[in-house]
Design a protein around this ligand. Structure first.
Ligand code: SF4
Ligand code: MG
Length: 309
């Protein structure tokens, strides 16, 4: 959750921006209202960069980020940008890093509303119950909660300003496996209750499988395939999607992504020629090294691969 008026939060965001600096190019997708669009890719695929552009934390050097008819990338009217921003919230991977440790939970939760001078009467209590915490938790501090509970606090804060769109960047990757499903289920229920739209960012296709209405697979800053989950899991068209499905990357003990065995991700600063996936692709041909594959439609699936049928 981002607020330009909070310097401590900006420092968190700045740190994250430096750690995940990635180029994104020619990525183009639409998110239907009240749907969940999942962006999946390994570290360095550009998924967090896209998430930050959606909430206005980063500006693209070209292109359009249109939310409810307003282009966040080019809009200069501060009032319009502010209105859109309160309509979009973000949930991060590490719930602890995005909670101010010196604030009580009730103040954390209502902050997005309080900072805009809105009515916060009874708000934190209501939201705590909605995310499965108790009213008695309102006076506690973030360190008194487990990881899963902290993510619930972040979700409550994201809901406070009644957003339409929530960008969730690896919302469960820092959590124990047993807790992940609970948080995903909660997100799913809240989506129905509040008519929310999610952009769900994940390195793990299996996490998004039951949440997403559509999945976009990213590789080195480009969209390589986009399909409904049933199509993507049953008939993945892009060799990279097939690789992801065969060897879903895991998190190590420090919450970092462990690469699948089939080769390293190339440096995004100097991507391979032609299809950027060709050094890892088991079926690459000469044309793949030479020409970048354009995005094509095959039976309702969008795929960028010379050889996909
Ligand atoms: Fe593999 Fe070629 Fe398709 Fe790229 S374009 S994914 S290298 S077959
Ligand atoms: Mg990331």
């Amino acid at each position: 959750v981002f607020d330009v008026s909070k310097p401590w939060l900006n420092r968190v965001i700045e740190r994250r921006s430096k750690a995940f600096l990635t180029a994104v190019s020619e990525v183009d997708f639409d998110v239907e209202p009240r749907s969940t669009y999942a962006l999946v890719g390994e570290s360095g695929s550009g998924k967090s960069t896209i998430g930050k552009m959606l909430v206005g934390l980063l500006k693209p050097t070209s292109g359009v980020v249109e939310i409810e008819g307003i282009d966040l990338a080019s809009e200069t009217d501060a009032a319009k940008i502010d209105a859109i921003r309160s309509d979009i919230q973000m949930i991060f991977q590490d719930p602890y890093a995005s909670l101010n440790p010196r604030w009580r939970v009730k103040d954390i939760i209502v902050e997005p509303v309080a900072s805009r001078g809105g009515n916060t009467e009874g708000l934190s209590e209501r939201l705590l119950e909605q995310v499965g915490l108790s009213v008695q938790d309102a006076g506690k501090f973030p360190h008194e909660f487990s990881g899963g509970q902290r993510q619930r606090i972040c979700i409550a804060r994201a809901l406070a300003s009644e957003p339409n769109l929530i960008v969730c960047d690896e919302p469960t990757s820092a959590l124990d496996v047993s807790v992940q499903a609970q948080v995903l289920n909660l997100m799913s229920d809240l989506k129905d209750d509040f008519g929310l739209t999610y952009v769900l960012i994940s390195h793990d296709l299996t996490v998004v499988r039951h949440m997403a209405d559509k999945i976009g697979v990213l590789y080195l800053g480009r969209l390589v395939e986009e399909a409904a989950p049933e199509d993507l899991f049953e008939t993945p068209k892009h060799p990279y999607t097939q690789m992801l499905l065969e060897a879903a990357p895991q998190m190590d003990g420090f919450g970092r992504e462990v690469l699948p065995p089939e080769g390293e991700i190339p440096d995004p600063i100097t991507p391979p020629s032609g299809c950027a996936f060709h050094p890892r692709c088991p079926i690459a041909q000469d044309v793949c090294k030479r020409d970048r594959p354009a995005m094509r439609q095959i039976n309702g699936i969008r795929v960028a691969c010379h050889l996909a049928e």
